[in-house]
Structures are given as structure tokens and as C-alpha cells.
Design a protein around this ligand. Structure first.
Ligand code: PLP
Length: 353
């Protein structure tokens, strides 16, 4: 630490991203919930020489091409869409400016919430999940801070039924509820139908997982025109050109290719069901996932940490969180069917079966 770092940031604990190894040869990467399929063909076709030479120009600060594609996809107006450099950036703006009374989120959820609260000095109430890893919305009833719910949740993959989300929204109409739907395309139910009725709802989405665009860094928020305008006030004060040209084009093309999304999603869901079944047969407890990963563990034959390490010895990367309640589990991203068969075969061998 240099002597120049602001005192209030000296205790900041940054987010630890999943490993992104340099040498990918023969390595099966199931640790960061990326999509195993390439982006939509229309995205690849777009990345032309012409696009490359246009990089000399600043991108559209209003991100109109992308924002309109998102608005059309969801049947909303452009004024209800906020574009972000990944949904992490959208979430960061929420913590920066939309948490006047602090924030509240689960003990087991996306780790970035806690990090971000720390960065912006937002008081965070940590609300433990039930023993079965489900969210109890009643636990939030006395809290005033902005609620952050990942639905489906990470790293559990469990989803919270819509009526429960609605209960949260109704508990306190003056409290903002941010629903992070990073994984909703893989079988969760979106809170989108509630937007019309509740102006204290903000939905956050990403193209990183469902649209195979993790490298493009694209996310967005959906909400009332007033909240979207607040977010834009922050964006234009921080980085008005937050999304680069290539990403804007890629994102618009990917969002418009609904059929390709469906195709990839169905393949991933099928492989998820396969992986869940096989791992259960091998003695793992596997939570009912609605995401592109499974949370598996609690196997008397192998601990979560050992399982991660032994898979690593076999060139398969999965994510392990060495913290209470999660230490005996690993999070496994769903890859292609062939990749999941490899994971299952290696697991069988490790367990001596
Ligand atoms: C991956 C993830 C994000 C971040 O997505 P980016 O758009 O890549 O920044 C946000 N929320 C949850 C729950 C995630 O798992």
C-alpha cells in the first residue's frame, strides 16, 4: 500500500475473480459461469474492418443501438433501459447513488455486493439465508436499506418465486429493490411483469452469461424512467463513453438474435439436468439450479476443497468458496454436453467408482 491511498479505502477487500488462466490447452474451464457456445453468428459477422476503423471515433454516449435492442426485446421504452459496462458497473452505480439508507443482501450471494458496499462506504445489513440456502423475504421487513437479490441466486442457483419478490416490493414502497437477473434466461422467472406496478423495482441484467458476451462487458438495468435518469446522471459524471463501439454493436446484434439464445439455452439446460442427475448418483447434494451452473457438495466421500483440487489435477477448473456454509460445496459452470461428460467421468474416477 502506498502512502497516497485514501484512508477510508485502506481496509477495502476487493472482489476475487475466478481464475482466468493464460494457457487454456486441454483445460476445461468451468469456474466463471461463461457460456461454452460462441456469440450469435450475427455478432461475429459484424466485427468487420469497417468496425475496426471506426474505433477512432468515440462511441455513442447514449448507446442508442444497444438500448433500443434491449427495449424492443423486453417490450419497454428506451427511457426504461440503462446501459452498463457489464452489470457490475450497473450495480456499482446502484451502490454509489441509490442506497441512501444503506443496503441489505444475503450472506450467501454474489460477492461483488459486499465489495461494492465497501468501496462506496454503504452500510450493509447481511441477511443469512435459511439452512436450505433459500431466501426468507420476511427477514427484510424491518430493513430500510436498498435490497439486492440475485434471482436466481449465485452460487446456489436457487430461484425465488415471483410472489416473494412482490412481497419484498410491497413491504416498503419507499425502499428500492434491485433484482439481479444475471442468470434468469436459464430457467428463472423474471420480475419484469412487476415493473409496471412497482416503481421501487430495478432489474439488472447481463449479456455475459446468456449471450456469450462476457468479454464484451455489457449489462443493463430496467426500471422507471426516473431511476434510469438518476443512473444516467451518475454515468455521465463518471464515464460518458462507458461502452465501447464494438461492444455496442455486438450487444445489439446478440440481443436481437432471439432464436440463437433459445438454442444455446436449451442445450445448457439439458446438460445441467444431466450433470445434476449424475452428480446426485455419485453421492453429491446438488441444489435445484435455474442457472448455468450447479452448486454441488456435501458428499461423505470427498470434501468441497478436495474435490476442487482433484479436479484441478485433472485439468478441470471449478469454483470453491472457502467460507462458512459453502466450504463443502463447489460451483460448477455448465459447459457443452461433451465437457460435462468429461467432468462426470473424472469425478467417477476420483470417487473410485
Ligand atoms: C456474473 C454476475 C454478474 C456480473 O456480470 P457482468 O455483466 O459480467 O459484470 C452480476 N451478478 C451476478 C449474480 C453474476 O453472477
Amino acid at each position: 500500500m502506498s502512502r497516497f491511498l485514501t484512508e477510508k479505502l485502506q481496509n477495502l477487500i476487493p472482489y476475487t475473480p475466478g481464475e482466468q488462466p493464460k494457457n487454456m490447452d486441454s483445460l476445461l474451464k468451468l469456474n466463471t459461469n461463461e457460456n461454452p457456445y460462441p456469440p450469435a453468428p450475427s455478432v461475429v459477422e459484424l466485427l468487420s474492418m469497417e468496425q475496426a476503423s471506426a474505433l477512432r471515433l468515440y462511441p455513442d454516449p447514449d448507446c442508442r443501438l444497444f438500448v433500443q435492442a434491449v427495449a424492443d426485446y423486453h417490450g419497454l421504452g428506451a427511457e426504461n433501459v440503462f446501459p452498463g459496462n457489464g452489470s457490475d458497473e450497473v450495480l456499482a452505480f446502484c451502490f454509489l447513488g441509490l442506497c441512501p439508507n444503506g443496503a441489505a443482501f444475503a450472506d450467501i450471494t454474489y460477492g461483488f455486493y459486499k465489495v461494492c458496499a465497501g468501496l462506496f462506504g454503504v452500510d450493509a445489513s447481511i441477511v443469512p439465508l435459511r439452512d436450505d440456502f433459500t431466501i426468507c423475504v420476511e427477514d427484510y421487513s424491518d430493513l430500510r436499506g436498498t435490497v439486492f437479490i440475485a434471482n436466481p441466486n449465485a452460487p446456489t442457483g436457487l430461484s425465488l418465486p415471483l410472489p416473494e419478490i412482490e412481497k419484498l416490493l410491497r413491504q416498503n414502497r419507499d425502499r428500492l429493490v434491485v433484482v439481479d437477473e444475471a442468470y434468469v434466461e436459464f430457467g428463472g422467472r423474471s420480475a419484469l411483469p412487476l415493473l409496471e406496478k412497482y416503481d421501487n423495482l430495478l432489474i439488472v441484467r447481463t449479456l455475459s452469461k446468456s449471450h456469450s458476451l462476457a468479454g464484451a462487458r455489457l449489462g443493463y438495468a430496467l426500471g422507471s424512467a426516473e431511476i434510469i435518469s438518476d443512473l444516467n446522471r451518475m454515468r455521465f459524471s463518471f464515464n460518458p463513453y462507458n461502452i465501447n463501439r464494438l461492444s455496442l454493436f455486438s450487444g445489439a446484434a446478440a440481443i436481437r438474435d432471439v432464436n440463437y439464445l433459445k438454442e444455446c439455452r436449451e442445450k445448457i439446460i439439458k446438460s445441467r439436468e444431466y450433470t445434476t442427475l449424475e452428480l446426485r448418483n455419485l453421492g453429491f447434494k446438488v441444489l435445484e439450479s435455474h442457472a448455468n451452473f450447479v452448486f454441488a457438495g456435501d458428499n461423505p466421500k470427498i470434501s468441497g476443497g478436495d474435490y476442487m483440487n482433484r479436479l484441478r489435477d485433472n485439468n478441470i477448473l471449478v469454483r470453491h468458496f472457502d467460507v462458512p456454509r459453502m466450504a463443502n460445496y463447489v460451483r460448477i459452470t455448465i459447459g457443452t454436453q461433451t465437457q460435462m461428460e468429461r467432468l462426470v467421468a473424472v469425478t467417477k474416477r476420483l470417487l473410485g467408482g
